[in-house]
Ligand binder design. Structure first.
Ligand SMILES: Cc1cc2nc3c(=O)[nH]c(=O)nc-3n(C[C@H](O)[C@H](O)[C@H](O)COP(=O)(O)OP(=O)(O)OC[C@H]3O[C@@H](n4cnc5c(N)ncnc54)[C@H](O)[C@@H]3O)c2cc1C
Length: 388
């Protein structure tokens, strides 16, 4: 006999845990499954920090969604009585007409967001850890900062369970199907029946969704932590913002200040196409060297000994924008958010959106993240390396 419920959420990482929380808060009967026990380090939501920023260079259309996410993160913090967000301010660095600075400026102007444009010298004067070539500009936004990804997943799951959600960990979905308007899900441990299914399996979604109209590519990413070589006080979150630097046209390197584990630095995209079950987890000199060199170039005092590195996964759409859409053949099934490497900050708001959509509430603001979107221009580099 199948176990019957209203909604099933598969994958309880960033998006699934938030969806489970919002559904349970509304009194919906919901079961969430994960193949592992999130927060874990095998998907896309680990590594101690995720940047959140409001002047969204990728497109101004993300601004209302990130503003809602800020509100929901603050609410989550209050409810769980734990700090999940650290405001540091954020610097977008690069050519004035490059994707970062001009994109952030466009969002700030369209939405009336507080910001400052800084010269390379201004940036150094204000944040002495940064040493930029004269031709670079800085865009500073005060609201940016860092979220604790593992803490956020944990908080969503804890509160979802307290509100009545059934959380089933270490129970992988094997297959799903739709018959007579009902969804049937088979896991390693049982069979379940529901009105709706939200597929939030992150990098595993491409193999699960069974929808030929969607092309997703999973990309290997490596993040690194360094002990500052000198003046560590300049890299403390109270004095140092998060930063993204367009070091060559449309090529981005990002930096998170040191909250006790070292400064974090990584290249955004430029990884190899991979598979979540076959990703190369070992980190080599080839992964470390370009990041060390960028750190030496723009934050020379931060470039001390490497403390550690970790691999992670991006799930990319072809245009780098999000995808949050019903399945092409089954409207009962929602495919949640291939976030192309920039989705964590939105997870609280995406969880709320999933709850709305599975309850058939109108969300016209999400149309741009659906299947029939206008061609909005590229949000992330597409020329990732296919080494297979
Ligand atoms: C290195 C790195 C840095 C990033 N930095 C930022 C940043 O600074 N700011 C930002 O906003 N975003 C950032 N992102 C992107 C962001 O972290 C991701 O968009 C987000 O975490 C994706 O969440 P998810 O829920 O889709 O995937 P996940 O959190 O990976 O969750 C998917 C879950 O599905 C489960 N699952 C898979 N298959 C099954 C199955 N068959 N049955 C049951 N469960 C299953 C997995 O175990 C996993 O727990 C970064 C990503 C990476 C990799």
């Amino acid at each position: 006999m199948a176990h019957t419920t209203d909604v099933i959420v598969v994958g309880l990482g960033a998006m699934g845990s938030a969806a489970l929380y919002h559904l349970a808060q509304r009194g919906v009967r919901v079961i969430g499954f994960d193949r592992y026990a999130p927060p874990h380090a095998l998907g896309s939501t680990h590594g101690l920090s995720r940047i959140i920023r409001e002047s969204y260079y990728e497109h101004p259309r993300y601004v209302p969604l990130v503003q809602r996410a800020y509100e929901l993160w603050a609410e989550l913090e209050r409810r769980v009585a734990r700090r999940l967000f650290y405001q540091t301010g954020g610097l977008m660095i690069g050519a004035a007409d490059g994707v970062l600075v001009s994109g952030a400026l466009r969002s700030a102007r369209e939405h009336g967001l507080e910001h400052e444009l800084l010269s390379a010298k201004d940036v150094h004067g204000r944040f002495p850890g940064f040493v930029l070539p004269n031709e670079m500009s800085g865009f500073f936004e005060p609201r940016a900062g860092v979220l604790d990804p593992e803490g956020c997943v944990d908080a969503h799951l804890q509160l979802a369970a307290a509100a009545g959600a059934e959380v089933r960990l270490n129970e992988p979905l094997r297959e799903w199907g739709v018959k007579g308007g009902r969804v049937r899900v088979v896991t390693e441990l049982g069979t379940y029946d529901a009105a709706r299914l939200a597929l939030c399996a992150g990098a595993w979604n491409p193999a699960l969704i069974d929808d030929d109209s969607i092309a997703l590519r999973v990309e290997r990413q490596v993040m690194h932590w360094f002990t500052p070589a000198r003046t560590p006080e300049l890299f403390e979150p109270s004095r140092c913002p998060i930063a993204m630097t367009e070091y060559a046209p449309d090529r981005i390197f990002y930096f998170v200040p040191d909250s006790g584990d070292g400064v974090k630095a990584a290249i955004h995209h430029e990884g190899e196409v991979t598979d979540p079950d076959a990703i190369r987890r070992e980190v080599t000199d080839e992964d470390v060297a370009p990041v060390t060199s960028l750190l030496r170039r723009y934050l020379p005092n931060a470039a001390g000994p490497l403390r550690g590195s970790a691999t992670c996964l991006y799930t990319n759409t072809s245009d780098g924008h999000f995808l949050l859409a019903p399945h092409d053949s089954h409207e009962e099934v929602l495919i949640v958010s291939a976030c192309s490497g920039h989705g964590f900050k939105f997870a609280s708001a995406i969880g709320e959106a999933v709850a709305d959509l599975t309850m058939s509430l109108p969300r016209p603001d999400l149309i741009p993240f659906g299947r029939q979107r206008p061609v909005p221009g590229q949000a992330g580099r597409r020329d990732i390396v296919d080494s297979r």
